[in-house]
Each structure stands twice: as structure tokens, then as C-alpha cells.
Design a protein around this ligand. Structure first.
Ligand code: AMP
Length: 127
């Protein structure tokens, strides 16, 4: 069920619980700004999620309210995860879903990192 990205941050959301260790995850990386873990339902050979430590509902919320330090820290972390997974040479794809049209289901910003295989067309046309 897609979330409403205009609602305030919900401290009980799934990824907040993963961040604090209340719900287990397959961690692949963490630093002061970000935490990365494997998607539970991978859509590609590599499907990793990278989330900021800060309380941001979506990319919209993050890009509007995060400090420059948080933004730099997070963006660099996404790149570090991709490099650590050896994805740069063969190539990979980043995706951040926002709200209903984006199909966002968890109200804590997350960047999907897909790779390990050719990923096909950017988007499937619905009509
Ligand atoms: P989105 O639709 O962009 O909000 O993506 C949410 C992603 O979270 C989906 O790809 C789910 O497979 C993934 N997901 C849901 N629950 C978990 C979990 N417990 N651990 C890891 N990934 C999860």
C-alpha cells in the first residue's frame, strides 16, 4: 500500500526499526550518515537498500530539509556501497520511489541499488 509522502515522519516505520536494530536486516554497510542492507524481496541479482540515519520520509523531504552535511554523507555512502559491491564497472541502477505514483511503501527515504545483471528498460510503460 503506497504511503502519503506529505505526512510527518513515523518513528514506528519498518526502516526506523531496522535502523535501531529492533528488526533484523542483512547489513552491508553503515557509517555516520547511512545504513545499507539487502532487500528482503530482491528484484535483481543485487538489490540493496541505502537509507539515511536521519528521520526523512522521502527524497522530497530529504532534499528539502536535510543539512548539506547529511546530503553529502548520504550520497557518498550510496556511491561507496555500489563500489564495494563491484557494480561500477558493469553498471547499475539507483531508484527512489516517492508516494503513490512512485509506489513508495516504506515512509523512510530509501534508495534502491540494483545490479549484477542487465537491468532492461528504465521503466515499463503502463499504457
Ligand atoms: P518501496 O516500494 O520503494 O517503498 O520499497 C520498499 C522495499 O522494502 C521493497 O523492495 C521491499 O522488498 C523492501 N522490504 C520490505 N521489508 C523489508 C525488510 N524487512 N528488510 C529488507 N527489505 C524490506
Amino acid at each position: 500500500m503506497p504511503i502519503d509522502p506529505t505526512l510527518p515522519y513515523d518513528d514506528n516505520n519498518l526502516f526506523a526499526k531496522i535502523l535501531c536494530g529492533e528488526i533484523p536486516s542483512q547489513k552491508v554497510y553503515e557509517n555516520d550518515w547511512a545504513f545499507a542492507f539487502e532487500d528482503i524481496n530482491p528484484q535483481a541479482e543485487t538489490h540493496t537498500l541505502v537509507i539515511p540515519r536521519g528521520r526523512y520520509v522521502s527524497w522530497d523531504d530529504f532534499s528539502a530539509k536535510a543539512s548539506a552535511e547529511e546530503i553529502v554523507g548520504f550520497v557518498r555512502a550510496v556511491g561507496e556501497v555500489a563500489r564495494a559491491k563491484g557494480l561500477v564497472g558493469p553498471g547499475y541502477r539507483l531508484m527512489a520511489n516517492i508516494g503513490a505514483h512512485g509506489g513508495q511503501e516504506v515512509p523512510h527515504l530509501h534508495v534502491h541499488l540494483f545490479g549484477g545483471q542487465p537491468l532492461g528498460p528504465m521503466i515499463c510503460k503502463q499504457r
